[in-house]
Design a protein around this ligand. Sequence first.
Ligand SMILES: Cc1cc2nc3c(=O)[nH]c(=O)nc-3n(C[C@H](O)[C@H](O)[C@H](O)COP(=O)(O)O)c2cc1C
Length: 305
Amino acid sequence: MKKLRTKFLGFDFENPIILASGILGMSASSMVSVIDNGAAGVTTKSTNIEGRDGHPNPKVITYESGMLNCYGLTNAGFENEKNEIKEFKKRKPQNPLILSIFGFSLKEFEDIAKRVDETQADLIEVNVSCPNVQSEHGKPFACVLGMSGKVIKIVKKHTKKPVIAKLSPNVADIVEIAKEVEEAGADAVCAINTLGPGMVINIDVKKPVLSARAGGISGPAIRPLAVKMINDIYKNIKIPIIGVGGVTYGRDAIEMLMAGASLVAIGSAVHYRDIGVFKKVCDEITEWMKKNKLGNINEIMGIVK
Ligand SMILES: Cc1cc2nc3c(=O)[nH]c(=O)nc-3n(C[C@H](O)[C@H](O)[C@H](O)COP(=O)(O)O)c2cc1C
């Protein structure tokens, strides 16, 4: 569908819808399924060098208006991810893949940054914003002024691939952090990671439901916050934005594009509308464009000032 085609940092996307990090992004086969179900690109689950078990079950819970998760950056490690990316690229050479990386120190970020060019990933997303490991590792870098910029500078030094900074909503002023990563050389930002963390208590056993007590909030509940933050960022920086947070229907994606996103990532909605959500959202966008006599999706990007 030509009308949905767009470009992001020089890469061609058949439509502006991609997979967010953390959901179905751990294996080549699940990422291939996401493409077969209508997404134009994928983001891998965040990976570090040695991998991580993360927290025990229960680690996800849904409530009326959203979802909480405390996975805690579970991943099988860099070598494994590199092989999954290779397999994905063999099967879907035309679809851009974003490799998400994390570390718990500047040194750990440097160690993985030195190796990302070994992979066939097209772009690198730097996850400085996971809220689910605070009890072990302290505040995410994206919540400490000055730190995200340091991480981005380190990653940029070691890779030729475009670098995207994944920002946290858990800050007083997200624009300040967006400006910081832009100045540090980030090629784009992705906003927003999960909110919180929040807590749900099982009142019968008088205990929090999640094993880690609390988890990052995602899904429809955070969408208006994501839209506002994306719009604020859009008005204050020049680099492009991947919008993410609660997008479930075509109209939500349109809203995010109007706020200033160039691509829209979907995570939790896979739970609400199954893996077919990517195609459903694209079809709903197309329907809306037809009704509104729109020639190309780029016409609405950032129109809400
Ligand atoms: C189960 C789960 C795991 C996630 N894991 C990651 C992760 O590894 N790295 C990351 O940057 N974001 C992670 N996220 C955050 C999502 O990429 C996204 O920013 C957030 O969930 C908001 O989008 P959504 O409402 O569409 O899910 C995770 C989210 C969920 C629900």
